[in-house]
Design a protein around this ligand. Sequence first.
Ligand code: FMN
Length: 244
Amino acid sequence: MLNRMSASAEGPSTEWAALAAELLQARRTVLPRRLVEPGPDAAQRHAILMAASAAPDHGQLLPWRFIEVPLARRGELAEAFAQALLERDATAKAEELERAREKAFRAPWLMLAVVDGERGDDPEVDLSERILSAGCAVQNLLLMATALGFGSALTSGKALKSDALRRLFGLLESEQALCFISIGTVVSHKAGRPRPVVADYFQCLGEPGADQPRRDKAPCTRQEDIQSSIPLDPQGRALPPGRR
Ligand SMILES: Cc1cc2nc3c(=O)[nH]c(=O)nc-3n(C[C@H](O)[C@H](O)[C@H](O)COP(=O)(O)O)c2cc1C
């Protein structure tokens, strides 16, 4: 068991840092079509949702929420995806509509992340802060899911802004659908994407180049794929450190 105090009052804990780094690097996108049953059970879902509560939240406005789409309601989501496509393209073909519908049935646990630009009646905390808080909450969910051995993905797309989807989820005028979160057991996974190195996203004020905004796409080609070194069990779940 880690000593909780060691990371704060008694100075940095190497053990915490190593675990945190491993967990952070182990999280990677596993697309919903590669996520199968079993999904997290009730206790695991609770643990994952609890992780969101630790997100920074300026003014404690709780400007985000997560809406689960249980398996029994996936058909309604499928219809909303098809309707969303028709909103954009009234001439969409039957196969295109079917492809849109299929997306609703992937991954055992599916949630929509929603941010509210007005909740909490504090105009000082603008939408960008609220979305940032939502992003932190989402990352906490993903990290806890990873720690429990599950794969996860965020997915977006034009349907998020559609009337059909907004109606289905009963979104308020002030709410925006941010992304879907899919969680499940990894059936197969591709090699992890290369990640950027620190120099690609860190600058120091006063140093040459720091006043130049970065507009080029991050090269993302120099860091070795650290995640692929995380041992997995036959089901593709990350093995806890003691079982490697
Ligand atoms: C808000 C948001 C929406 C995303 N939507 C999609 C998506 O629709 N399709 C997809 O393949 N990846 C999506 N991603 C995942 C990114 O593509 C992925 O995180 C990125 O490529 C880095 O890979 P990694 O997560 O494995 O580190 C989304 C990520 C975020 C933050």
